[in-house]
Design a binder for this molecule. Structure first.
Ligand code: SF4
Length: 405
């Protein structure tokens, strides 16, 4: 089939098969890909509104046994740079988030063997008791699998327990590329195979949770494997309808074991456009300004994105790998409006909450994203002593006065 014939299929609203999609991705010029993606975006969102959410991206621990080679964020068990946030620190972060109009925490962390499922349940319950309306968008599929292994409970039981404690939705992190050849090469097959990642989402959707889906590209995968990832998400969305949105970003290589170089801006825009065309059963695509910067983030709105993601407030993972872009609400809104769209605040379900907060009341400008902890602070929260540790280092710390590494 020629590129023109494939393009006509897209504008007629026909689903592309793998061969058509790959041909389009490989051979269509970027302006055409963008035009087709924008066509699909406009068909799904004719109202010319671009949304964003005010929330905070908090990483509760950086201690992780998974050791993915593309990750610059994690620290080994026993590392002097390892941390676990305390409940009080998390409450303070929620207070600060609510003060700038935030509605949820995006809560993710390393696979810490010294945090049992009871720690998560107690944290979620405590958050819900203090902030009944505040949402917990928490624990990506590999973290759920980690908890399942740690507690020796099946994944559906873990999800049920977390929902009972206050979990509202699951972020789509840890998907990387949902092809096992790639996952093995990146040392992330052990934390979750492609099937296992999809299965967590299947169970979450069946349990009534909505989730997002992500793709981190630009490591060792081929273009056909990027497409396979999208097709696997599309198939699960056909089955459950549980994904609210798709977010893609490029691998950030600084300070990682894998190293290498970052994909270019044009590669990002082409990949985003492909996703918008292929994921015909996803309502929303987010721009990833936190990895691509504000300017490419804004261009994303012409390549299929209808959402600018999160104001974020705090970020630790991408920063550890060398990217540190910051946009507060005013800057996000400026980029949306300059691109010719109306800017609206939303929640995780993509329900419109209103106009920009800073136009309703005074909100302090944010010129830098916060971090999980002040540099060098690895103090151990008191309540950790209530939970049994598995590692020798944490066992020693919890029964003594020395700080837990
Ligand atoms: S990406 Fe996540 S699971 Fe992998 S090493 Fe980093 S923190 Fe651990």
């Amino acid at each position: 089939m020629t590129i023109d014939e494939i393009a006509t299929k897209v504008t007629n609203g026909e689903r592309l098969n793998a061969a058509d999609a790959l041909e389009l991705y490989r051979r269509a010029p970027a302006p055409l890909l963008g035009q087709l993606a924008d066509f699909v975006r406009a068909r799904k969102h004719p109202e010319r509104v671009v949304t964003y959410i005010v929330d905070r991206n908090v990483n509760y621990t950086n201690v992780c046994v998974a050791k993915c080679t593309f990750c610059a964020f994690y620290r080994d068990v026993g590392s002097p740079e390892g941390y676990v946030l305390g409940f009080d620190e998390l409450f303070r972060k929620i207070d600060e988030t609510i003060a700038v109009g935030g509605v949820q925490l995006l809560l993710q962390g390393g696979h810490n063997p010294d945090l049992p499922i009871a720690w998560y349940e107690d944290l979620f319950r405590a958050v819900k008791q203090r902030y009944p309306e505040f949402k917990l968008h928490a624990l990506s599929p590999p973290e759920v699998i980690h908890l399942s292994r740690l507690s020796q409970l099946p994944v559906p039981a873990v999800i049920d327990r977390l929902i009972a404690a206050g979990l509202d939705s699951i972020p789509g992190g840890g998907a990387e590329i949902l092809v096992d050849r790639v996952r093995k090469a990146l040392h992330c097959y052990g934390k979750a195979s492609a099937d296992e990642w999809l299965d967590v989402m299947r169970h979450a959707h069946r349990a009534g949770l909505r989730t997002t889906a992500t793709m981190m590209y630009g490591t060792v995968e081929t273009d056909a494997e990027r497409l396979e990832h999208l097709l696997r998400l599309r198939a699960l969305q056909d089955e459950t309808g549980g994904f609210t949105a798709f977010i893609t970003w490029s691998y950030q290589p600084d300070h990682t074991e894998l190293a290498g170089s970052e994909a270019t801006g044009l590669d990002y825009l082409r990949t985003l456009a492909l996703a918008r065309i292929v994921l015909d059963n996803f309502d929303n695509l987010q721009a990833s300004w936190v990895t691509q910067g504000g300017k490419v983030g804004q261009l994303s709105l012409a390549y299929g994105a209808n959402d600018m993601g999160s104001v974020m407030i705090e970020e630790n993972v991408v920063r550890a790998a060398g990217a540190s872009y910051c946009m507060d609400e005013a800057e996000i809104v400026r980029n949306i409006e300059d691109a010719g769209f109306a800017a609206k605040r939303r929640n995780m379900h993509y329900e419109i909450l209103g106009d920009p907060i800073f136009r309703e009341r005074e909100v302090p400008r944010m010129l830098e994203l916060a971090t999980a902890r002040a540099a060098g602070d690895t103090s151990m929260p008191e309540e950790l002593r209530l939970y049994p540790a598995r590692s020798r280092a944490a066992k020693a710390a919890r029964t003594s006065q020395i700080p837990e590494p």
